[in-house]
Design a binder for this molecule. Structure first.
Ligand SMILES: [Zn+2]
Length: 476
C-alpha cells in the first residue's frame, strides 16, 4: 500500500516543482512553439524548431525552441510539433455584417447589386441587432480562418465595436459617411456627425478597437463632404477608409460629373494629405500610381470580390513596384462570398499572373507579405502587427501541417500560399489572448449566432424580390 502513496507524493512534488521557474528563468504568459516560426521579419524570416514568447499582450522573445525553454517559463505552452507559427492574417477591407446578406444577390455587376439589392435591403433591415449578429458571424469565420485584424466599414459602429471587443479580434472600425439615406443616418452631414461621435467615444479605450472614419466613395459623397470628412479625421487624429477606383462606373461618373478621375479629384481637394486606406484601386492611371506611393495611401486589393462582380483587375504588381503599400481584403461576404484570407492570397497571386501573362509577378512570398506585414503597413499598423518581432502586439496563429496536402513539402511559403486553407489553422492568439485552440473558437458562441442569423435570414428571405422575375431572390 505504501508504494502507490509514495509514487503519488513524488508526482505531486514534481508537479509542484514544475510550476516554479528555475533559477534565471523569466516568467511569461504564453509560449507558442512551432517546427517553423515564420516571422515575416527581414533579418530572419523562418526559424526552424522555434518558439514565440508572449507577455502582457506583446511578443517578448522569438528564438530556437530549446533556448526559449531554458530562458522562459509560461503559464501556458502550446506545442509546435507539425505546426507553423506565423503572424495572424490582416483583412484590410470588410463589411462584416454583410455575412447576413451572403448569397442574397449573386452574379450581378456592382451598381445593379448595390442599387437594386443591397442599399434597399440595408435601409430596411440593418439595425444595431442586425450588425451585432452579422459581425459576430464574421468574427467566428475570421477567427476560424486565422485572421487576427480586420478593417470594417459599415453602419452602427458601436454594435461592431462591442461585438469585436467581446470576440477578441483587432479591428479598425469605420462608420460609413454616405450622402444618401442609410440605415443609421439621413445624409452625409448626419453620418459624419455620428462618425465623429463614435471616434470620440472609442479612441484610446481599448488598444484592439481602433475607431476611424469611412467615406463610402467619390460617387456617393460630394467633394465638399469629402473635404469635411478629411478635416474631421485630421482633427480627431484618425485615418480615413474609402472605396477608390472600384469600377468603370466610378471612373465614368468622375469624368462626367467632375471632368476628372477619382484619384485626381481627391488629390485636388487635399483628401490624400492624411492617412488613407483605399479599397480596390482597380483603375489608377500610370501617372497616379506614384502619387499613391508619395501620399502613402494604403491600398487594399480584394481579388475575389473584384473577380466575382467583374469590377476589373487592379494593377497590383505595378503598385508594389512603385512602392505603394498594398494589403489584401475580402470585401463584404455578399460579394466574395466568404472571409477566407488564404483564398485572397492565392487569388492575388494568380490574378496578377494571368492579367500580365507573367508567372513571375506576385510570387508566393509577396502574396504572403500582403496578407501580413504589407497589410499592416497599408492600414497604418506596420510597426505594431504583421510580423513576429519583439515588442509587437502578440497577434499570431499556428497552422497545422498534419493534412496530407502538405506532404511532401519542399517550400514552406509555397505551401502556405498555394495549398493551405482555413481548416489548417489550429490556434489563434490576438493581443496575447487565445481566441481559438485546437480548431475550437473560444470567444464566439457558434450555436447562438447560428440560431440568431437563421431567424434574421428568414425575415429577409421573404421580402427581397428579384426585380425581373418578381420572385424572392434568396428563395430556398
Ligand atoms: Zn467594400
Amino acid at each position: 500500500m505504501a508504494r502507490p502513496s509514495l509514487l503519488l507524493l513524488a508526482s505531486v512534488l514534481a508537479a509542484g516543482c514544475a510550476t516554479q521557474p528555475s533559477a534565471g528563468q523569466v516568467k511569461a504568459d504564453l509560449i507558442v512553439a512551432g517546427d517553423y516560426v515564420l516571422t515575416m521579419d527581414g533579418d530572419r524570416p523562418v526559424l526552424e524548431v522555434g518558439a514565440v514568447v508572449v507577455d502582457g499582450g506583446r511578443i517578448v522573445a522569438v528564438g530556437p525552441r530549446d533556448e526559449i525553454s531554458r530562458r522562459y517559463r509560461a503559464d501556458e505552452t502550446l506545442d509546435g510539433e507539425g505546426r507553423v507559427v506565423m503572424p495572424g492574417l490582416i483583412n484590410g477591407h470588410a463589411h462584416s455584417a454583410m455575412t447576413l446578406m451572403r448569397g442574397i444577390a449573386d452574379d450581378r455587376e456592382l451598381m445593379d447589386w448595390l442599387r437594386n439589392y443591397i442599399f434597399p435591403t440595408e435601409v430596411r433591415f440593418v439595425d444595431p441587432e442586425f450588425v451585432r449578429i452579422g459581425t459576430e458571424l464574421a468574427c467566428w469565420e475570421m477567427i476560424r480562418g486565422g485572421t487576427t485584424t480586420f478593417v470594417d466599414m459599415y453602419y452602427f459602429p458601436d454594435a461592431v465595436a462591442q461585438a469585436v471587443e467581446k470576440c477578441g479580434l483587432r479591428v479598425l472600425v469605420a462608420p460609413t459617411v454616405i450622402d444618401q439615406k442609410s440605415p443609421d443616418a439621413a445624409d452625409a452631414a448626419d453620418s459624419l456627425r455620428l462618425a465623429a461621435d463614435f471616434v470620440a467615444k472609442w479612441k484610446g479605450r481599448n488598444n484592439r478597437i481602433i475607431p476611424i472614419i469611412g467615406a463610402h466613395s467619390v460617387y456617393t459623397v460630394k467633394p465638399p463632404q469629402l473635404e469635411a470628412v478629411r478635416a474631421k479625421a485630421r482633427e480627431l487624429g484618425v485615418p480615413v477608409s474609402i472605396h477608390l477606383c472600384e469600377s468603370r462606373f466610378e471612373i465614368d461618373y468622375a469624368r462626367e460629373t467632375y471632368s476628372t478621375t477619382p484619384i485626381d479629384l481627391l488629390e485636388d481637394i487635399g483628401f490624400l494629405d492624411g492617412p488613407t486606406i483605399a479599397a480596390h484601386v482597380i483603375y489608377p492611371t500610370d501617372e497616379e500610381i506614384p502619387i499613391l506611393a508619395q501620399r502613402k495611401v494604403g491600398v487594399i486589393h480584394n481579388p475575389t470580390s473584384n473577380m466575382k462582380i467583374s469590377s476589373g483587375v487592379a494593377p497590383v504588381a505595378k503598385m508594389l513596384q512603385a512602392g505603394v503599400a498594398v494589403g489584401l481584403g475580402t470585401d463584404g461576404a455578399a460579394t466574395n462570398n466568404d472571409l477566407d484570407m488564404w483564398e485572397e492570397m492565392r487569388l492575388a497571386a494568380f490574378l496578377q499572373k494571368v492579367a500580365t501573362m507573367d508567372p513571375q509577378v506576385v510570387p508566393a512570398r509577396t502574396a504572403l507579405r500582403m496578407a501580413t506585414q504589407g497589410g499592416a503597413e497599408a492600414i497604418g499598423l506596420g510597426d505594431q502587427i504583421g510580423a513576429l518581432t519583439v515588442g509587437r502586439r502578440a497577434d499570431l496563429i499556428q497552422v497545422s501541417l498534419a493534412d496530407l496536402h502538405f506532404t511532401p513539402m519542399f517550400d514552406l511559403v509555397s505551401h502556405l500560399v498555394y495549398v493551405a486553407d482555413e481548416q489548417d489553422v489550429v490556434t489563434v492568439v490576438v493581443d496575447g489572448k487565445l481566441l481559438m485552440q485546437e480548431g475550437e473558437v473560444l470567444t464566439v458562441d457558434a450555436e447562438r449566432v447560428r440560431a440568431e442569423a437563421t431567424a434574421l435570414a428568414d425575415r429577409i428571405r421573404t421580402t427581397v424580390v428579384d426585380k425581373e422575375s418578381r420572385t424572392p431572390v434568396a428563395a430556398p
